[in-house]
Design a protein around this ligand. Structure first.
Ligand SMILES: [Zn+2]
Length: 94
């Protein structure tokens, strides 16, 4: 859970978008970083930050950054955080 850096209250993710790294890591995986804008419901402070990161392997396996790099097929991905991404956001952000 993300907390407000100003007052410490629980913050909500307003919107997210993806940033895809063009360089694969040592295992040939592409890192997709999910960024988002957060808004504090208590004091109204807004800021941007990283929501999560996903690594996609050369054969399509996906692993979440928090899982320590365990490879899993997308169809088998049942645990972990569900991330909703509106692809149109990518075009709006730089
Ligand atoms: Zn706050």
């Amino acid at each position: 859970m993300t907390r407000c850096p100003r007052c410490g209250a629980e913050a909500q993710v307003e919107r997210t978008w993806q940033v895809i790294s063009p360089l694969p890591d040592a295992l040939g995986r592409i890192t997709i970083t999910v960024l988002g804008t957060f808004r504090c419901g208590s004091c109204g402070y807004r800021w941007k930050g990283r929501v999560s990161s996903i690594k996609v392997g050369p054969e399509g396996e996906v692993s979440l950054g928090k899982d320590g790099g365990r490879g899993r097929r997308p169809s088998e991905r049942r645990e972990g955080k569900v991330i909703e991404v509106d692809l149109s956001d990518i075009l709006e952000e730089e």
